[in-house]
Design a protein around this ligand. Structure first.
Ligand code: DGT
Ligand code: CA
Ligand code: CA
Length: 581
């Protein structure tokens, strides 16, 4: 059992208790335990074996520790099963529809006999849900949209959930004696924010041996097909994975083909036709000299480079392969000089224990430094966001002192900037008083409360906030949560224009459930001349590793390092911040 699976079960218990109108403290204790489990840097099994056992984790008491031990041992909880016995089998699934919530789920179940997501959809379409107490036509429409979102979530996974698994499997494959080369392909290699399945590729002189070894390795939860050149199965999380093993002379051609995107492949094939070449997953082939032959001489295929070269193109980075103009750019020698993770010097959006983060400024700074950064910006929530422990003037004063003394110690090795993540209020004000403004080096503006689907109103609110001149960086501009919450209605183009005019940097929030701005929006922003910032929004040390997802999104947006303020040296960053005051 992974920590996530255990947390999931604890959450389910909390949800059912909520349905049963149980004591709120009891409910909260399960929620808190789930939260604590998700935040652990270590496997529960290890903690259980260590000093103090599971109860050494803050937020886990004696009773819940016993439940977790049972879950670790048996994969389930008798308590949850008992709670669930009163409800139909599809009921837990119903609770996953975003925005339905336990109370309404119980209502549609008791009043309409709705027992599953499909039945909920039917009831909404038949306009029976709007008849219920506290529901209306609007709720019904929202639920229908939420069902779509839920289904998409079933179909696709977040890149950040799959990429680490992909890397682990590729490393395992590369370790096999029979494997010459291995890599992941498909949408994962293109760095798409969500992925349907995982495509793995390897080359070997003995493909059958590689396939047998992979199928027998225990890396997959289940093996659905194990052939001589292909293995299909399921990852431990249930997602589909395909491994294909090709001959070494086809490595590059297969990598291009299975990396896609399909639209990019179609364009490559058309280009081949114009040049009298046939492009497929085995290679690039000349026209047959003898019309009796199926295909002519192989002119390329061993490397990706050779395939693009045969098509008279520069090699195109995988993140650009979406048929969004990359082939024309490669032809003209005008591919962008894409930003890379190594270009990032600063993470400018980091939380600490002062608000809702889990580590101190010093701990976060040390962790950022050990990850090769030279600058970190602390940006705890401002006071109005009290649900996230927002802080006021006194706490910011203390942070100022702490940051100054840390900087003295770090010397020119590392630098901490002090910022604040100021809430943008409903009327477009910024929760950053003059005294706070004077204490901090910069201000990140963000909306967490009062998200609305009224695009005109939201746009006006954001633009007004930018016009106060207080904001240097606009965080996660659309507020979307991938596979959970659609972007808020916002005329992004107007926000970008305002940011350009006022010199505000727009954030690509690198948390892999946000990636906000998206690739498409970030590209538009760069094209209009906006500055971008790529930040992790870390609430714990391990979140600092999200930077890669932000950079992948930026690369998909054709972003170059110069556009991104996090690539600037400290002197330039300071000059920029100073010039804005
Ligand atoms: P996904 O898995 O939905 O996130 O997206 P992809 O791009 O990984 O798509 P997938 O897994 O269906 O196929 C992997 C790559 O294989 C795809 O990007 C391009 C290539 N491919 C698959 N089917 C076709 C096809 O019918 N025609 C062409 N030209 N390429 C294909
Ligand atoms: Ca795929
Ligand atoms: Ca696939």
């Amino acid at each position: 059992m992974t920590n996530e699976q255990v947390a999931e079960i604890l959450d389910q218990i909390a949800t059912i208790l909520e349905l049963e109108d149980e004591n709120v403290f009891r409910i909260r204790s399960y929620e808190r335990a789930a939260e604590a489990v998700r935040g652990l840097g270590e496997d529960l099994a290890e903690i259980r074996a260590g000093d103090g056992g599971l109860q050494s984790v803050p937020g886990i008491g004696e009773a819940i520790a016993a439940k977790i031990e049972e879950i670790l041992d048996t994969g389930s909880s008798a308590y949850l099963d008992e709670l669930l016995a009163k409800y139909p089998p599809g009921f837990l699934e119903l609770l996953k529809v975003p925005g339905l919530g336990p109370k309404r789920a119980a209502l549609v179940y008791h009043e309409l006999g709705v027992e599953s997501v499909d039945e909920l959809e039917e009831a909404c379409l038949a306009e029976r849900v709007q008849e219920l107490k506290g529901m209306g036509e609007k709720t019904e429409q929202k639920l229908l949209a939420a069902i779509q979102t839920y289904r998409q979530g079933q179909e696709r996974a977040l890149l950040g959930e799959i990429l680490p698994v992909a890397e682990g499997l590729v490393a395992w494959l590369r370790d096999l004696d029979e494997v010459l080369e291995a890599d992941y392909a498909g949408s994962v290699r293109r760095g798409r924010e969500t992925v349907g399945d995982l495509d793995l590729l390897a080359t070997s002189d003995d493909p059958g041996a590689v396939c047998r070894a992979f199928a027998a390795s225990g890396q997959l939860r289940e093996v659905e097909l194990a052939g001589e050149t292909k293995v299909s199965g399921r990852l431990p999380g249930g997602r589909q994975v395909d491994l294909r093993v090709v001959e070494p002379e086809s490595w590059g051609a297969a990598l291009v083909y299975f990396t896609g995107s399909q639209q990019h492949n179609i364009r490559l094939r058309e280009r081949g036709q114009d040049l009298g070449l046939k492009v497929n997953e085995y290679g690039v082939f000349a026209e047959p000299e003898d019309p009796g032959q199926l295909q002519g001489e192989c002119v390329a295929g061993e490397t990706e480079q050779s395939v693009y070269e045969a098509l008279e193109l520069a090699w195109i980075p995988p993140e650009l392969r979406e048929d969004r103009g990359e082939i024309q750019a490669a032809e003209a020698g005008e591919l962008p000089d894409l930003i890379a993770l190594e270009d990032i010097r600063a993470d400018l959006h980091v939380h600490t224990t002062a608000s809702d983060g889990r580590q101190s400024i010093e701990q976060m700074a040390e962790a950022a430094r050990s990850r090769g950064l030279s600058i970190m910006g602390v940006t705890d929530h401002s006071r109005t966001l009290y649900v996230a422990g927002g802080i006021g003037l006194d706490a910011i004063r203390r942070q100022r002192d702490e940051v100054d003394s840390l900087n003295e110690r770090f010397g020119d090795q590392f630098h901490v900037l002090l910022g604040t993540e100021a809430e943008i209020t409903v009327d477009g004000g910024v929760d950053c008083g003059e005294e706070v403004f004077e204490l901090v080096d910069y201000v990140i503006g963000a909306i967490h409360q009062g998200l609305s689907s009224d695009a005109d109103r939201m746009t006006a609110r954001v633009v007004r906030a930018l016009q106060t001149g207080l904001i240097d960086i606009l965080a996660h501009p659309t507020g979307r949560l991938l596979l959970q919450r659609p972007p808020q209605g916002l005329h992004i183009s107007e926000v970008i224009d305002a940011a350009v005019e006022l010199g505000v940097a727009l954030e690509i929030n690198a948390a892999y459930d946000r990636l906000d701005l998206s690739d498409v929006h970030a590209r538009l922003a760069q094209d209009r001349g906006a500055l971008l910032a790529i930040n992790t929004d870390a609430h714990a040390i391990e979140h600092l590793d999200f930077m890669r997802y932000g950079v992948l999104t930026a690369r998909r947006a054709w972003v170059e390092a110069v556009t991104v303020i996090n690539t600037w040296p400290l002197s330039r960053l300071r000059e920029w911040l100073q010039s804005r005051r």
